[in-house]
Design a protein around this ligand. Structure first.
Ligand code: NDP
Ligand code: 2IT
Length: 450
């Protein structure tokens, strides 16, 4: 059955490697659910789930500061809205293509189902590279992008947010253009700044949520994060707030990275150093290498394309928080992590571990929190931002953080319950896929063949 549906997916879109991977992982986990519920097979649920409700592909033309014209591709994949409006981020990165956005949208469907909030799944973005662009160039790009996207989204239809390359600056420019075109001030994007409809804790939510999830997993073994040495990859939104929350828990984060290399700070990344990183990445838009120039005791290692592993994952540590991008942990990296004593892998990024690596984590019985559960805090607080926008009021920091903690607690418990119910106790990977799947599929069954 797994082979059947994968074969169809691969034959239809042979070049969408990441999408095949994401589908393969979910299908493998949910086979026992199909066996227990033959009506799902009859309703062709899998065949329907792997085909997006809709894909919008559009041209984005814009002018740089020298007056030169550029043409990028824009996308929005509206994957499934069985349990709520399409919801999911926008990614601006030169690697973006339809296969990557379909994988992200597919993951988002099940992740959003786990959050306890009524959100369907979608994802979008562009192959535009914001690196090295001026604020004005980014603004013109965002305006052109929204010049088409606005017709396909809406507060009850599809609510985009940030992802790689899309943060508060981009959301601001996108929202400005949406508002001008539609002449409405509605919560059509999340991740907005605080004084015009954003939610407290949304910038922090993915990283905080990931650490809350790790703490929940450790608590099942009567352990805490206190004193744990933690490897963190990335240095963007998710990585920064993972480090911040790890410090709250008295853990010791020792690495950060970007696509050029990584830093290892044996003394630990403390609050002052984190403040430096935030300024470096969010304001100056610099490279992580500058950390080792500012703090010379830290070691900077540039990416070496000749290596078949990432040395970031080859330090002895207690926990790993991959928070950069997909497939950043290959099979050898996974082996290195386990060999070096890592007992917790908690995925802030989406699908950061290759399938062979996932198998290594599962076989070694470490605490492995898959992305669609562990990084769901971001979209959860996006859901809370939508709620606050609908009510036209703002909750306090404490209120949002309390709700985020409750949601992460509930996701953790839901994964454990589903894993137990289907004979794989303690397997968060299966649990997340099964619980997300069942919620979406039950809604699809209720709503008939549409
Ligand atoms: P940012 O753009 O803020 O940061 C991304 C970080 O990852 C940067 O340090 C970037 O380095 C690095 N990175 C990106 N692409 C690559 C690559 N191909 N190889 C190596 N490093 C790379 O993005 P976020 O922190 O928001 O996102 C990080 C991950 O978390 C993504 O997988 C995203 O999908 C996921 N996620 C994000 C959520 C959110 O709320 N923002 C919610 C849930 C998941 P460089 O600067 O060199 O590109
Ligand atoms: O992958 C993700 O969950 C996100 N990028 C956040 C999506 C959202 O709508 O907040």
């Amino acid at each position: 059955m797994k082979a059947d549906i994968l074969k169809v997916v691969m034959e239809k879109d042979p070049n969408q490697r990441e999408f095949h991977q994401a589908v393969g992982e979910v299908v493998e986990s949910i086979l026992p659910v199909l066996d227990r519920n033959p009506e799902y097979r009859k309703a062709k649920i899998l065949e329907r789930l792997v085909e997006p409700d809709r894909v919008v592909l559009f041209r984005v033309s814009w002018m740089d500061d020298r007056g030169e014209i550029h043409v990028n591709r824009g996308f929005r994949v509206q994957m499934n809205n069985a349990i709520g409006p399409y919801k999911g981020g926008l990614r601006f990165h030169p690697s973006v293509n339809l296969g990557i956005l379909k994988f992200l949208a597919f993951e988002q469907v099940f992740k959003n189902a786990l959050t306890t909030l009524p959100m369907g799944g979608g994802k979008g973005g562009s192959d535009f590279d914001p690196k090295g662009k001026s604020d004005n160039e980014v603004m013109r790009f965002c305006q052109s992008f929204m010049g088409e996207l606005f017709r396909h989204i809406g507060p009850h239809t599809d609510v985009p947010a940030g992802d790689i390359g899309v943060g508060a600056r981009e959301i601001g420019y996108l929202y400005g253009m949406y508002k001008k075109l539609v002449n409405e001030f509605t919560g059509v994007l999340t991740g907005k700044n605080l004084n015009w409809g954003g939610s407290l804790i949304r910038p922090e939510a993915t990283g905080y949520g990931s650490v809350y999830f790790a703490a929940e997993m450790l608590a099942t073994k009567n352990k805490t994060l206190e004193g744990c040495v933690c490897l963190v990859s990335g240095s963007g939104n998710v990585a920064q707030h993972t480090v911040e929350k790890l410090l709250d828990f008295n853990a010791k984060p020792v690495t950060l990275s970007d696509s050029s290399g990584y830093i290892f700070d044996e003394e630990g990344i403390d609050r002052d150093k984190l403040a430096f990183v935030k300024r470096l990445k969010n304001v100056k838009r610099g490279r992580i290498k500058a950390y080792a120039e500012k703090y010379p005791h830290a070691l900077y290692t540039p990416v070496d394309p000749a290596l078949d592993y990432n040395p970031l994952w080859d330090h002895s540590a207690d926990c790993a928080f991959p928070s950069a991008t997909q497939n950043e942990i290959n099979e050898k990296d996974a082996r290195n992590l386990v060999k070096n004593g890592v007992k917790v892998v908690c995925e802030g990024a989406n699908m950061p571990t290759v399938p062979e690596g996932v198998d290594i984590f599962l076989d070694s019985h470490i605490l492995y929190g898959p992305g669609k559960a562990a990084n769901a805090g971001g979209v959860s607080v996006s859901g809370l931002e939508m709620t606050q926008n609908s009510m036209r009021l703002s909750w306090t920091r404490e209120e949002v953080d309390k709700r985020l903690k409750m949601i992460m607690h509930s996701i953790h418990q839901t994964c454990l319950n589903a894993a137990e119910a289907y004979g794989s106790p303690g397997n968060y990977f299966k649990g997340a896929n099964i619980a997300g799947f069942v919620k979406v599929v039950e809604a699809m069954m209720d709503q008939g063949l549409v």
